[in-house]
Write a protein that binds this ligand. Structure first.
Ligand code: G1P
Length: 294
C-alpha cells in the first residue's frame, strides 16, 4: 500500500479575508516571512507525501510561481553574496515532492474541488489538506505529530482517518462536526466516526469535535462525492464522509496535538502571526516587550 498523494484545494476566493485578498491569494498572505502555503507544503513533505496536487484557479498563479525557480532573484542574491537567503530561496523550488495542478473553474465547494483531482489521484488513496489551517509548531512538533501520525496509522490499517479538535460550543457552526463511537481524550487515540454534519447549529451539533482540515481517504470516497449540487448548495466533503460511514465503511478520527490556526479568519490569522513571532527566538523578546508596553 502506498500513500503518496495529497490534494490541496487553493481555488477559494478568500472572501473572509477581504480586502487583503482582493488581489493576493489568501494562501500567499505571509506569517512573518513565509506565505501560508509554504508552511502547509512543508508540513505535507515532512509527513512523507511525494505528490502534491493543487486544485487551483486562474487568479492564483502566484502560488505555483512561488514554488518555481526564480533565476533573476537567484542571480541577484548570488551577485550580492547573500548566501543564506540564496540557499533558502533555492530550497523553495527544490522540494522533495512534485507539484501538479488542476483547475476548479467554478467555486462549488470542497467536495467538488477534490473531484477535479480524480484523474491525477489515479485510483490511489490520498490526503486532503486545507491550506487555511496552519499548524503551530511552537510547543510541539505539530507538523510531525498530526499529519505524519495520520499517514502512519492509515498505512497500518488502511482506513480513512480525520483529524479533529474540540472547539467551544459557540464555534461548532463554523466546522464539520463528528459524532464519535467514543470521545477522543488524547492525541494518539483513535475513535470511529458514526456521523458527521457540516456547520450545524449549537442545538443540532452531535459533539464539539470539529474537522481541522486534515483528512486521509481511501480512494473509494470519490464515489461518495456527489457530482451535482442540490439547489446551488456547495458540494461538501462532509456529506461524502457521512454517506461513506452510513454504508458501513470505516472512517477513523484522531485528536489534534498542539494548535492549528484558522488563517481563513482574521482572528486566527492574527493569532498565527503573534504566536509564530513568539516562537522565534529573534523576535520573542521584542514581541513580549510590545505586549507589556501595551
Ligand atoms: C471546511 C470544511 C469543514 C472543516 C473546515 C476546517 O470548511 O468544510 O468541514 O471543519 O474546513 O477548517 P470551510 O472553512 O472551508 O468553510
Amino acid at each position: 500500500m502506498t500513500l503518496e498523494k495529497v490534494v490541496i484545494p487553493v481555488a477559494g476566493l478568500g472572501t473572509r479575508m477581504l480586502p487583503a485578498t482582493k488581489v493576493i491569494p489568501k494562501e500567499m498572505l505571509p506569517i512573518i516571512d513565509k506565505p501560508i502555503i509554504q508552511y502547509v507544503i512543508e508540513e505535507v513533505i515532512s509527513a512523507g507525501f511525494k505528490e502534491i496536487i493543487l486544485v487551483t484557479h486562474s487568479s492564483k498563479n502566484s502560488i505555483e510561481n512561488h514554488f518555481d525557480t526564480s533565476f533573476e532573484l537567484e542571480t541577484t542574491l548570488e551577485r550580492r553574496i547573500k548566501r543564506s537567503l540564496l540557499r533558502e530561496i533555492k530550497n523553495i523550488s527544490r522540494l522533495k515532492s512534485k507539484i501538479f495542478s488542476v483547475r476548479q473553474g467554478e467555486a462549488k465547494g470542497l467536495g467538488h474541488a477534490i473531484l477535479q483531482a480524480k484523474e491525477l489521484i489515479n485510483g490511489e488513496p490520498f490526503a486532503v489538506v486545507l491550506p487555511d489551517r496552519v499548524m503551530n509548531n511552537s510547543k510541539f512538533n505539530s507538523k510531525k505529530d498530526n499529519l505524519a501520525y495520520m499517514r502512519k496509522t492509515f498505512l497500518k490499517n488502511n482506513s480513512s482517518i480525520l483529524l479533529l479538535e474540540k472547539v467551544p460550543a459557540k464555534d461548532v457552526s463554523k466546522y464539520g462536526i463528528a459524532r464519535l463511537e467514543k470521545p477522543l481524550k488524547s492525541h494518539g487515540t483513535i475513535s470511529k466516526i458514526i456521523d458527521i454534519h457540516e456547520k450545524p447549529s449549537i442545538a443540532k451539533a452531535p459533539s464539539r469535535f470539529a474537522a481541522v482540515g486534515r483528512y486521509i481517504f481511501e480512494n473509494k470516497i470519490l464515489d461518495f462525492i456527489s457530482n451535482d449540487s442540490e439547489d446551488g448548495k456547495e458540494i461538501e466533503i462532509t456529506d461524502a464522509i457521512k454517506n461513506f460511514v452510513r454504508e458501513g465503511n470505516i472512517s477513523q478520527a484522531t485528536l489534534l496535538k498542539g494548535e492549528c490556526f484558522d488563517c481563513g479568519s482574521k482572528q486566527g490569522y492574527f493569532n498565527s502571526i503573534l504566536k509564530t513571532g513568539l516562537s522565534l527566538p529573534e523576535y520573542k523578546k521584542e514581541v513580549l516587550k510590545s505586549l507589556k508596553d501595551h
